[in-house]
Write a protein that binds this ligand. Structure first.
Ligand code: NAD
Length: 255
């Protein structure tokens, strides 16, 4: 009986998480599965990683369904195809988490225009495309939660990351504009700005940079992907309906 009630109480809503094969995206997918969402897991090239995320989602909540969608989120045709695959499997996409991102760090004088463009494309154009094509469905349904993963670097800048900082600052502007355009249709758009989170993206940084970063974190430790997933979980929920166009820093109080 208890089990039946639990099943009936499941929200039957779908969340799509980009770049969900590993790191922060994986933690978000697993957390949303735990929250009761069916989860669309986007990955670019590593299917094995995405399957591991899928297994963790089912482990977290055996009642939910998952779908793997392969594609480059900065490519318009891929985005359209992935949205079609998602809507063929699920009645709607209620939550969109734009998490996919890359870095190509270098000091400005050494940064190539190609590296600048590549980061803007993967981090910002992707958010625009996903928001455009998934947003269209949300507008029809008059419900949606869009959560974009920015970065504290987008708020403060960072030497050696001009391209990345510009893309993450761009996400803030995109988020605020989305919030203004969609607010009247029951859709919110917010951004989460992680500080230093232990993932493959940050493990490549030198010990010196890590030490420098640590000295700016009053919490005294780096964050974990689950710290970001906790914030996303709230912004993806119905409880966050009156929070719109905001940027939530999750950074241990970084100065
Ligand atoms: P990660 O490198 O472990 O994961 C990024 C994921 O995005 C990978 O699975 C990658 O394949 C995917 N991806 C990249 N480009 C893609 C594309 N065009 N199409 C589809 N998938 C693509 O990094 P992470 O640390 O988990 O970062 C996740 C997000 O959080 C990124 O947007 C990153 O900028 C942001 N972030 C991370 C930190 C940190 O300290 N780790 C801090 C601030 C913001």
């Amino acid at each position: 009986m208890e089990e039946t009630i639990k099943k009936n109480e499941r929200i039957e809503r779908t969340a799509l998480v980009t770049g969900a094969g590993r790191g922060i995206g994986r933690a978000i997918a697993v957390r949303l599965a735990k929250d009761g969402f069916d989860v669309v897991i986007n990955y670019h090239s590593n299917q094995q990683e995405a399957e591991a995320t899928e297994a963790l989602c089912h482990e977290a909540n055996p009642d939910i369904k998952t779908l793997l969608v392969q594609g480059d989120v900065s490519d318009e045709a891929d985005v359209q195809r992935m949205v079609e695959e998602s809507t063929a499997a699920f009645p709607a996409i209620d939550v969109l988490v734009n998490n996919a991102g890359i870095t190509r760090d270098n000091l400005m004088l050494r940064m190539t225009p190609e590296d600048f463009d590549a980061v803007l494309r993967s981090n910002l154009r992707s958010c625009f495309l996903m928001t455009k094509f998934v947003g269209r469905l949300m507008l029809k349904k008059r419900y949606g939660r869009i959560v974009n993963i920015s970065s504290v670097v987008g708020l403060h800048g960072n030497a050696g990351q001009a391209n990345y900082a510009a893309s993450k600052a761009g996400i803030v502007g995109l988020t605020k504009s989305t919030a203004l355009e969609y607010a009247s249709r029951g859709i919110t758009a917010n951004a989460v700005a992680p500080g230093f989170i232990e993932t493959r993206m940050t493990e490549v940084l030198s010990e010196e940079i890590k030490k420098q970063m640590m000295s700016r974190i009053p919490a005294g430790h780096f964050g974990h992907p689950e710290d970001i997933a906790n914030a996303v979980s709230f912004l993806a929920s119905e409880q966050s309906s009156y929070i719109n166009g905001q940027v939530l820093s999750v950074d241990g109080g970084m100065q």
